[in-house]
Design a protein around this ligand. Structure first.
Ligand code: ZN
Length: 203
């Protein structure tokens, strides 16, 4: 399986990083070795001094497809979850300055913790669901999918022009404002419409 991630999909997060508003979705990949599941702890890597959390709605692809039209995109996923796109912001900043790829900053081992997945039918409108991240019990990020620049079905249409989507692939849909640092000893709890989805420690 592969993990497809979208950058800069929420206006306020673009502003906090002084990034340009994209004309088309910003896309990058993480390998399957980036996955972290079952609330397993995350071990702080030695190569960064600035590890940031980015909480994101995650879509699980349910069938193979490519060149999917936006109006058919909803047929390609049944379940949604919540995840973190861990980012070594110091490495990313260096890469950005030099125009180099982001993989070392974003696609390292266990950089993609994900929750279990729930039926999308639990939500009357997927483009209006709230999600949040707590660090040590204090809210640090709150988002709502209504604020996405590119909605889920447009993201699927866009990425499927380049990558054949396969059953079990995951799509990280971008982070809202409030990304910030984590440290050893922190505990991260993610909620979707107030329902706890993940809860794990940084070790
Ligand atoms: Zn992200």
């Amino acid at each position: 399986m592969k993990i497809i991630c979208i950058g800069r999909n929420y206006t306020e997060h673009i502003e906090e990083l002084n990034n340009e508003r994209p004309e088309e979705p910003v896309v990058f990949l993480k390998p399957d070795s980036a996955l972290l599941k079952n609330n397993d702890p995350f071990y702080f890597p030695a190569f960064t001094n600035e590890l940031h959390h980015e909480v994101e709605l995650v879509i699980k692809i349910s069938r193979e497809g490519k060149n999917i039209q936006p109006k058919f995109a909803h047929k390609y996923y049944e379940e949604v979850g919540l995840g973190i796109d861990f980012t070594a912001r110091d490495l990313q900043q260096k890469a950005k300055e030099k125009g180099l790829p982001w993989e070392k900053a974003k696609a390292f081992n266990h950089s993609a913790p994900v929750s279990g997945f729930v039926d999308k039918k639990l939500f009357s409108n997927l483009q209006n669901i709230s999600f949040s991240l707590e660090k040590n019990g204090k809210s640090v990020q709150q988002g709502n999918t209504s604020l996405m620049l590119f909605p889920i079905d447009e993201l699927i249409a866009h990425v499927s022009q380049f990558f054949t989507l396969k059953k079990g692939d995951l799509l990280f849909t971008g982070t809202p404002k409030g990304t910030g640092p984590v440290q050893i000893g922190d505990r991260l709890t993610g909620k979707l419409e107030g329902q706890e989805m993940f809860d794990f420690e940084i070790k």
